[in-house]
Design a protein around this ligand. Structure first.
Ligand SMILES: Nc1ncnc2c1ncn2[C@@H]1O[C@H](COP(=O)(O)OP(=O)(O)OP(=O)(O)O)[C@@H](O)[C@H]1O
Length: 272
């Protein structure tokens, strides 16, 4: 499947906006004056070294924790004024290392993604079943339906957790390391699926450690370091040679073809 870059229209509506987000732990700034935006249909990568604040930021964007300063707007409205159900119907959040310790079936886990649409669990409709079927089909997990989720492999469990997010048909996906633990084929399937969702106007902001996948699939990249956005833009610009060396401490090999860029971390950058 071709993943040729879709031209983002500058008139695409903003679905998420974070303005001046800071988070302090005592005197320590975990996040400092972060401003980011996500337009409808954009696929955005949030990259940075371990401990740079990516998961902390994602939780604030999902309204699961509050910043010390700044605002998050969802479809133009302050997210803290929206009720939990309305946020859950719009945002699909995949936490880092998403897991379940309940010994229930994989399909039941995916059905949990329909909770924002249910008035009670006894009223699961055909629409809910169909959404779950589609999510499991898209993540190649239908055959795992009856398996106890605690007994799945790490990669199988991750695909079930992605299916759970997709079952809610969110217009914005906030995904914390969605392809970690997946084999190469399932990594590509997940990224291609997100690209297909983007073409239907769904947006995703995802934490990735795989530079090559991020550069290949994301429309834009934000690079976080020590709680600050220090680089942003198209992958080839945001992940330039200097940033890769100074932030990630690696020398890269790059192949650029038209709008596409292949960036491969290659060797250790020796600090001068
Ligand atoms: N509740 C908390 N209280 C204090 N410090 C915290 C808290 N949560 C996270 N931190 C610190 O904030 C920093 C950023 O953590 P975070 O988990 O956001 O990093 P990350 O970029 O997602 O890292 P990784 O790539 O390793 O997942 C870390 O130094 C972490 O120790």
């Amino acid at each position: 499947m071709s993943i040729s870059l879709k031209l983002m229209s500058s008139s695409s509506p903003l679905i998420l906006e974070a303005r001046g987000i800071s988070l302090y732990n005592g005197n320590k700034g975990l996040l400092e004056v972060i401003t980011i935006s996500v337009k409808a249909g954009e696929m955005i990568g949030l990259l940075g070294p371990n401990g740079s604040g990516k998961s902390t930021l994602l939780k604030i964007l999902a309204c699961l924790s509050e910043p010390s300063e700044g605002d998050v707007l969802l479809n133009g409205k302050p997210i803290i004024r929206l009720n939990r159900k309305s946020i859950a119907r719009t945002i699909g959040y995949l936490p880092q290392g998403a897991n379940s310790t309940w010994p229930i079936s994989a399909r039941e886990i995916v059905m949990l993604g329909r909770i924002p649409f249910l008035s009670s669990l006894s009223k699961i409709s055909e629409v809910d079943h169909s959404a779950v079927n589609n999510a499991m089909l898209a993540t190649d997990t239908t055959h795992l339906s009856k398996r106890e989720v605690t007994k799945l492999s790490c990669g199988e469990r991750m695909r079930i957790m992605i299916a759970r997010v997709l079952a809610g048909d969110p217009s914005l996906l906030l995904l914390d390391e969605p392809v970690t633990g997946l084999d190469p084929r399932h990594q590509l399937e997940a990224m291609i699926l997100l690209k297909q969702l983007a073409l239907t106007g769904r947006s995703s902001l995802m934490v990735l450690h795989d530079i090559t996948l991020a550069a290949r699939f994301c429309d834009r990249i934000y690079v976080l370091n020590n709680g600050r956005i220090i680089s942003e833009g198209f992958p080839s610009e945001a992940l330039n040679i200097e940033i890769m060396a100074s932030v990630f401490g690696v020398e890269t090999r790059r192949i650029e073809e038209g709008n596409e860029v292949l960036i491969i971390p290659w060797s250790l950058h020796e600090q001068s």
